[in-house]
Each structure stands twice: as structure tokens, then as C-alpha cells.
Design a protein around this ligand. Structure first.
Ligand code: NAD
Ligand code: NA
Length: 398
């Protein structure tokens, strides 16, 4: 099949198996170039393991400290004449590389919010690894079916008190325009978003894993959050998604309590704004990211998901001593993004940005490259005119 990018809105409907494999290889090479992470994790469960920060965490664990990994994700498999999703191809490529390096790697494809997938994961850990010493929680989803009640929740991306108007960009066309997003109509919008992206499912996972005896003494668990600049507060941190992040962060003390008798510890890491399938769906954020990339690249401090996760593991989670936490008890790897000089430069550019000057003022090109890279496109070494096999089975899918 000849596979080219096909987009609808902020979604890319196609993914290139060889291109995604090149993307995975690039990330593996980066982690290897940084050397081994002393005392890193050995047996790792990654929930949300197929794209974005999750696959970067899995790669860092495997190739940074030779960890055995189990990855849980929700992706569409490839079949004859039908493309799989990028996360499917990512996982196939990851497993191939891991196995070639002599590392254990298996994957579970299904709804991580369900009791069924939790049970299946626990059985696989018992059978193959006994216990895990790190659980990474990196789910991002627009909906969740509650495992106890069957209620289906859909998250929304809305401000809470008043309408929010600011600039946004269509990153395909480069058109900058004003967008107004109306606030939530009722408490339900907030509650639904918290039910999907808050901390309850992370807690359910850790409770079930602990009750099954598959968490090792000294286990660590980490979930990911975001804060960002004041200009995105109305739509992000002070909006519905921010309430979900507040809830996720507030889960940490309860998990620490739960894990205390096995000397376990839980963390939320606040990560940098980056192009992923999830973040491209948030209005205003892609323009912010384009300007942020411009400023951080100029200052020589830009990082992608793999650089962020390698730094999280090597300089925060596995240094041999407890990581520094902010006043709210969070790990920060968004420190470079939030630097005053960076934020001031972005705010200055933000005021000036128009459709006409976008290509000069921002790194919209870098944004687009990163976006298409997520789906295996825009890699120089791949010939996109060439026929390629769409069927790439994950070698050890459960
Ligand atoms: P992503 O969309 O790239 O990854 C989401 C992952 O969740 C995928 O592996 C997907 O398969 C999996 N998933 C979704 N629904 C599932 C389900 N029902 N069952 C099993 N797996 C499911 O997103 P991302 O940007 O890497 O986000 C991961 C976390 O990082 C989120 O908590 C997000 O808020 C946070 N974060 C993102 C950014 C950013 O800028 N992208 C910044 C800071 C923090
Ligand atoms: Na992820």
C-alpha cells in the first residue's frame, strides 16, 4: 500500500509503519546516547504506552535501564488492506527493537479503564514478571466508561466561569484567528472531565495491583500533569481539564498512604507542552507550542517527549535520593518551559502573531513536523511513494 498523510481537522487518519518505526528508533538512539540510568527501574508497567509521553517512558525504561516492560494501550490493529493506528505501529516497532536487544516486552491492547484489562494485566505480571517496580500512568482519553457503574463519561475542554477569547491557529493552513470558547453550562461538564482525566482510574489501578501482590517493595508510580502559562489558564489549568489535573494531583497523598507499608511512593510529574495527539486537540495550545518551540530552540533548551522522559528518569526519579518537589508536592520537568525569560519572550511574540507573520515569528514548521512525525510522516529517510506493507503485527500482544 502507498501510505500518505490524510488529515481531518487536528486528526491524522493514516499512519506509516516504517515511518513510525524510524520515529521509535530515533527515540531509542537518543536514550542510548545518554548512557545507562544507574539504579533505574527493572520491571515496568506503562499504562497509555503507545504514543506521546507513554511510549517515551517505555523506551526510556527499556533502553535506559534494560527494564522488562508491559505496555497497556487502546489502538487499532493493522490488517490486510486496513491501516493500524500510529500507536499500534509504534508498539510493534518498540517490541521488535526491545526483543532484538534481548529485553522482555509484551503489550495488552484494550480499555485500561475496565476491570477486565486490569485483571488481564495483573495475570500477565504474575505469569512473567512476578512484580513490577515502576507503574507509569500516561492515559489521555476523551471518554471513560466507569468500571463499577457502567456510566460513560465524556470530557470537555471548556473554561469554567466566563467565555474565553484568544488567538488560535489552524496548524495545517497557518491561519491565525480569534476563537471564543463558551464556559461550562453546568457542574456536570466539570465532573465528567474529572471522571475521565482525574485520578480515580490511577487509584483503581494501584489498588488492584497492590491487592494482587504484584507491586515490589519500594515501588514507584508516576502520572503526568500540565500547568503552562497564564495565557492558556482559562482553557487549560483553570478550565475543566485543569480540574481533572487538580484531582489527579490530589490522588498522590492517598496513593502514598496505600503504598506506605511496601515503602512505595507516588508522584505527579508536570511535563512540558509538546505536540501529541492529545494536545493538538486543545484550542489555543498549538499556537502557544509553536511560539514556545521558537523561543526554546533559539535558546538551545528545546526538548521533545523523549528528552523530557529521559530527564525525568535520570535526573528526578532515579538519582538515588528523593526528587525535589514544588510547593504542591509535584516533580517539575517543565522547569525550562516556565523560565521567566522563556515565558516573557513567548508573551511578547503572542501579542504580535498574525496569519501574515506566523511562519517567521513562530516555529509552526517545527509544530507540523512533530505532528506528522507522530504518524510516521516527514522522515527524510522514508520514501513515501514506495509500496509498504500495512500489516505489522505486534509480536506479543495479549
Ligand atoms: P497521547 O494521546 O499521546 O497518549 C495517550 C495514551 O493513552 C495512548 O497510549 C493511548 O493508546 C492510551 N489510551 C487512551 N485511552 C485508552 C484506554 N481507554 N485504554 C487504554 N489506553 C488508552 O497523550 P500524551 O500527550 O502523551 O498524554 C499523556 C499524559 O501526559 C496525559 O495525562 C497528559 O495530560 C499529560 N501531559 C501532556 C502534555 C502535552 O503537552 N502533550 C504535557 C504535560 C502532560
Ligand atoms: Na502517552
Amino acid at each position: 500500500m502507498i501510505i500518505q498523510p490524510r488529515t481531518r481537522g487536528f486528526i491524522c487518519l493514516t499512519a506509516h509503519p516504517e515511518g513510525t518505526a524510524a520515529h521509535i528508533k530515533q527515540q531509542i538512539d537518543y536514550v542510548k546516547s545518554k548512557g545507562k540510568i544507574a539504579n533505574g527501574p527493572k520491571k515496568v508497567l506503562v499504562i497509555g504506552a503507545s504514543t506521546g509521553f507513554g511510549i517515551a517512558s517505555r523506551i526510556t525504561a527499556a533502553f535506559g535501564s534494560d527494564a522488562a516492560t508491559i505496555g497497556v494501550f487502546f489502538e487499532k490493529p493493522a490488517s490486510e488492506g486496513k491501516l493500524g493506528t500510529a500507536g499500534w505501529y509504534n508498539s510493534a516497532a518498540f517490541e521488535n527493537e526491545a526483543h532484538a536487544a534481548g529485553l522482555y516486552a509484551k503489550s495488552i491492547n484494550g480499555d485500561a479503564f475496565s476491570d477486565e484489562i486490569k485483571k488481564q494485566t495483573i495475570e500477565l505480571i504474575k505469569k512473567d514478571l512476578g512484580q513490577v517496580d515502576l507503574v507509569v500512568y500516561s492515559l489521555a482519553s476523551p471518554r471513560r466508561t466507569h468500571p463499577k457503574t457502567g456510566v460513560q463519561y465524556a470530557s470537555v475542554l471548556k473554561p469554567i466561569d466566563q467565555p474565553f477569547t484568544d488567538k488560535t491557529v489552524d496548524f495545517h493552513t497557518g491561519v491565525v484567528s480569534d476563537i471564543t470558547i463558551n464556559p461550562v453550562e453546568n457542574q456536570e461538564d466539570i465532573d465528567n472531565t474529572v471522571a475521565v482525566m482525574g485520578g480515580e482510574d490511577w487509584k483503581f489501578w494501584i489498588e488492584d495491583l497492590k491487592a494482587a501482590g504484584v507491586l515490589a517493595d519500594g515501588v514507584k508510580t508516576v502520572a503526568y500533569s500540565y500547568i503552562g502559562p497564564e495565557l492558556t489558564y482559562p482553557i487549560y489549568r483553570n478550565g475543566t481539564i485543569g480540574r481533572a489535573k487538580d484531582d489527579l494531583e490530589a490522588t498522590v497523598p492517598a496513593l502514598n498512604e496505600l503504598l506506605s507499608d511496601i515503602d512505595g511512593v507516588s508522584y505527579v510529574s508536570v511535563n512540558k507542552a509538546l505536540v501529541t495527539q492529545s494536545s493538538s486537540a486543545i484550542p489555543v495550545v498549538p499556537l502557544y507550542i509553536s511560539l514556545l518551540y521558537k523561543v526554546m530552540k533559539e535558546k538551545g533548551i528545546h526538548e521533545g517527549t523523549i528528552e523530557q522522559m529521559q530527564r525525568l528518569f535520570a535526573e528526578r526519579l532515579y538519582t538515588g535520593s528523593a526528587p525535589a518537589l514544588d510547593e504542591k508536592g509535584r516533580i517539575r520537568v517543565d522547569d525550562l518551559e516556565m523560565r521567566d525569560d522563556v515565558q516573557q519572550a513567548v508573551a511578547e511574540l503572542w501579542k504580535q502573531t498574525t496569519t501574515e507573520n506566523l511562519e517567521n515569528i513562530s516555529d509552526i514548521k517545527g509544530y507540523r513536523d512533530d505532528f506528522f512525525n507522530l504518524f510516521g510522516f516527514n522522515f527524510d529517510q522514508i520514501d513515501y511513494e514506495k509500496d509498504t506493507n500495512e500489516v505489522v503485527p505486534v509480536p506479543s500482544i495479549e
